[in-house]
Design a protein around this ligand. Structure first.
Ligand SMILES: Cc1ncc(COP(=O)(O)O)c(C=O)c1O
Length: 452
């Protein structure tokens, strides 16, 4: 073993797969074996590997200005151009853009801006944030506090309570509806919205700054809320002066077949976090976007203090900015969001072919993001109690040449690069079909006591 401490890894099982190069939607391991990148790396490699235009834009920027910061009045054209392009794209009035390096940093920065804003606008009590149970918003202390996955909190003393994080139920009909009462999707939505209203009233609307949510919850298991949930939620929040904060780190830039996942689910965000596909993961970059009116409130106090005391050495890194700008140009010129919508429909259709499999509880998704959830009991929607079934399926996929991840235990997530073709989707589905047959045998062999 080398000296690395691996991120989000079982530290007793490291260095199992050494990837050495990539080409299009495929990567190759040290033994020369080819794999289809079924999760676009970590939901991020939109344009796949070896995109010559992106590489050339990055090389040119490295040669012109490999680094310059943005502190204390300094700027550079490529960073300004990126901010203008994003501001014009986002559904936020006169959006102002804070640049960072990762989704966690974007969310952490947003929390700090919200707290600063509350303090300088005479409403210091308005700092609580509502987040879904089982949500994923990152791993810095503050963004991990937003994250609702217990494994990201255990042993870390994450200051969720101290930061005023409160939880709402994940809008996942399959697991959350009351089957005995025959609860319909519309009734489920009505109940969850009533619960959020109750939560807001109990906490006091004047104490709540924002509600953060992914339009489609990736690490939560690719949770797609029933139609009507997000429009109703946004209406409720607007009635109480609470901002809707869309974490678009996975859904942003075409993943769901629209520029932003918020459009796909009918949400009206006032705040947005962006990362991952923002530069197609060629260089790390992220953004926290706020409305112009909120930005205005930050100007005077920073003038008095001399600075707005938040920023990273690499905020607006010119090479990352150049990569993001070029990615935006390619997305638009090549119509990649519409492509994702078209081939996404094909992927959703093909994934739904697994619905009748005895171990498949639910197939869900929109555009080019989807999941096949494996369950121990199909009739009773009984989940597997731990991640073993998912891990077996992932291993079988790898043996078939498909790299994929299990999320929320045993939901097998699909999120291929946006450039994938219909024929390559068929190839991915056929790999999964063979892997699922093998995984089914292995699960029957290794954990028969769990199956119903
Ligand atoms: C929705 C969402 N928000 C935030 C993050 C954190 O991003 P990063 O890993 O770049 O810090 C992720 C990462 O997967 C994510 O999926």
């Amino acid at each position: 073993m080398t000296s690395l401490i691996y991120p989000t890894t079982n530290l007793a099982r490291t260095e199992e797969l050494n990837i050495v190069r990539g080409e299009g939607i495929y990567v190759f391991d040290a033994g020369g074996r080819r794999y289809l990148e079924g999760l676009a790396g970590l939901w991020c490699s939109a344009l796949g590997y070896g995109n010559r235009e992106l590489i050339e834009a990055i090389r040119e920027q490295l040669e012109t200005l490999s680094y310059s910061h943005m502190f204390g009045g300094r700027t550079h054209q490529v960073g300004m151009d990126l901010a203008e392009r994003l501001s014009a794209m986002l559904p936020i009035p006169e959006a102002k853009i804070f640049l960072a390096n990762s989704g966690s940093e974007a969310n952490d920065s947003m929390m700090k801006m919200l707290r600063y804003w509350a303090n300088v606008s005479g409403r210091p009590e308005r700092k609580k944030i509502i987040a879904f149970e089982r949500s994923y918003h990152g791993v810095t202390l503050a963004s991990a506090a937003l994250t609702g996955l217990p494994v990201m909190h255990e042993h870390f003393d994450i200051p969720a309570r101290e930061l005023g994080i409160i939880r709402a139920a994940t809008p996942h009909y399959y697991h959350g509806h009351r089957e005995g009462e025959g609860e319909s999707e519309a009734e489920f939505v009505g109940r969850l919205i009533a619960d959020v209203r109750g939560l807001i009233e109990r906490e006091g609307p004047e104490t709540i700054a924002a509600f953060i949510a992914e339009p489609i919850g990736g690490a939560a298991g690719v949770v797609v809320a029933p139609d009507g949930y997000f429009p109703a939620l946004c209406r409720l929040l607007e009635d109480h002066g609470i901002l809707f904060w869309a974490d678009e780190v996975i859904c942003g830039f075409g993943r769901t077949g629209n520029a932003f996942g918020s459009t796909t689910v009918g949400a009206r965000p006032q705040l947005m976090s962006l990362a991952k596909q923002m530069s197609s993961a060629y260089v790390p970059i992220s953004a926290a976007a706020i409305p112009g009116s909120m930005y205005e409130a930050l100007v005077e106090p920073s003038r008095k203090a001399g600075i707005f005391g938040h920023g990273f050495t690499y905020s607006g890194h010119p090479v990352a900015s150049a990569a993001a700008l070029k990615a935006m140009e390619i997305y638009e010129r090549d119509g990649l969001f519409a492509h994702a919508a078209a081939v996404g429909e094909h992927m959703q259709r093909r994934l739904r072919e697994f619905r009748d499999h005895p171990l498949v509880g639910e197939v869900r998704g929109r555009g080019l993001i989807g999941a096949v959830e494996l369950v121990a009991g199909k009739a009773g929607r009984k989940p597997f109690p731990d991640g073993r079934a998912g891990a077996i399926a992932v291993q079988c996929c790898r043996e078939q040449g498909l790299l994929i991840r299990a999320v929320a235990g045993s939901s097998i997530a699909f999120c291929p690069p946006l450039i994938i073709s219909e024929a390559q989707i068929d190839e991915m589905i056929e790999c999964f079909d063979r892997a699922l047959a093998e995984a089914t045998d292995a699960i029957h062999r290794e954990m028969p006591e769990l199956l119903q």
